[in-house]
Design a protein around this ligand. Structure first.
Ligand SMILES: [Fe+2]
Length: 392
């Protein structure tokens, strides 16, 4: 995130002597995710961030691939992912390629008794149901329905939910997740045409410095394995930091839709960019206002990307029989478009209350066994007979 902030105690100059009240040095750490060239923060710890005490046997959470090659429109009932007590074990990956993994989770509780660090991937967590607090060494971010949490890879975090009924959509991205370059000027500031601005970004607050020794379990994910590491010191022992690398939250409800007299193309809904994928937010908005406008989207040949749409809430103008938490996968290579009747139905309508998150991976996704378990059969025929798309 190209957004500079300075929090807590930091010395006036970087890489200089900076002592604790007891005379020992603070321990400076440069935290960035792209070598020494990407965004980074300089963090000041009470203790070195290297004090490993033990590590246990790693275990695999690599998804099992069921469909390597797909050229079929498919749909899934996301709310059929069963709730599980633990946050990590509830994360269920449905679609994968070399750039990202996409999954759902229904955790009844957070990271109880451990911290989590994804050393492979930046994470985007979209909160469909539930609320809680993300805590990391930079402070805390409270989250609720409609929030996107963006967590740079390598960030140790703790997740707490306020109740047991939680539904999350998540992406693990093997490159940085960023706000789109075309929304920003050469200095990184948002331009006037962007659908959100700096005021919509919620950064970690309430920095608490934990001066604690003992046994602190961090589950570290690397190349599809979880390594249980035990550290001697609490990972959130930070007295201050400055820089541009830290988790943040943005609400889908702060995305200001861009509308026009005739149908506007999907890129106007873009919210984030990743390496070889984009994320778009479809939010309640006024429809096109040309007197002869067709508000429903035209058929289109998404040759260059797969298209995954996650339905959050509201009526979906282009689809029939869609449920909350449902996912459609329209693979690159074959055209898709509105369901039967949707185009006529849209004419003359003034507004839509649809709420959805779209993920377009530019390279085809593979489908996991877990996804097959929640698949709606015969969705690919739903343009002939929309009753075929009814949820089972
Ligand atoms: Fe599309």
């Amino acid at each position: 995130m190209p957004y500079y902030r300075r929090v807590g105690k930091v010395p006036d100059k970087r890489h200089v002597v900076f002592r604790q009240p007891n005379g020992t040095l603070y321990h400076e750490e440069l935290f960035g995710t792209e070598g020494f060239s990407g965004v980074s923060s300089l963090v000041y710890h009470l203790n070195p961030p290297t004090m490993v005490k033990e590590f246990g046997k790693p275990y695999s959470v690599r998804p099992n691939i069921a469909v390597e090659d797909n050229l079929q429109a498919r749909s899934y009932q996301g709310f059929k992912i069963r709730p599980e007590a633990d946050y990590l074990s509830s994360r269920t990956v449905l679609f994968v390629n070399d750039d990202l993994h996409i999954g759902l989770a229904a955790p009844a509780a957070g990271t109880a008794g451990y911290f989590f660090k994804n050393a492979d991937a930046d994470e985007m967590i979209f909160v469909h149901k539930g609320s809680g607090t993300l805590t990391c060494m930079y402070g805390q971010i409270d989250f609720a329905y409609g929030d996107y949490l963006i967590i740079p890879r390598g960030t140790v975090y703790d997740l707490h939910f306020n109740g047991p009924d939680n539904r999350l959509l998540f992406i693990e991205s093997f490159g940085p997740i960023e706000v789109p370059s075309r929304y920003r000027n050469g200095s990184g500031q948002f331009l006037e045409h962007a659908p959100f601005c700096e005021r919509d970004i919620r950064v970690p607050e309430n920095l608490i410095t934990h001066d604690e020794s003992g046994e602190f379990l961090i589950k570290i994910k690397k190349r599809g394995l979880i390594y249980p590491y035990v550290y001697e010191k609490h990972p959130f022992d930070v007295i201050g930091y400055d820089g541009c690398c830290f988790p943040y939250a943005m609400s889908i409800f702060n995305f200001e839709p861009i509308t026009g007299r005739i149908h506007m193309p999907p890129p106007i809904h873009q919210h984030f960019q990743g390496n070889q994928f984009v994320v778009c937010s479809f939010v309640p908005r006024m429809y096109d206002y040309h007197p002869m406008a067709i508000p429903a989207p035209y058929h289109h040949s998404n040759i260059d990307s797969d298209e995954l749409l996650y339905y959050v809430e509201g009526d979906f103008m282009s689809r029939n029989n869609i449920q909350q938490g449902q996912i459609t996968l329209h693979p690159g290579g074959i055209p898709h478009g509105p369901h039967p009747g949707a185009i006529e139905r849209s004419i003359g309508k003034k507004e839509t209350n649809e709420l959805a998150v779209m993920i377009d991976p530019f390279r085809p996704v593979k489908i996991t066994e877990a996804a097959l378990g929640i698949e709606i059969p015969d969705y690919f025929r739903s343009w002939i007979n929309s009753k075929e798309a009814v949820a089972n």
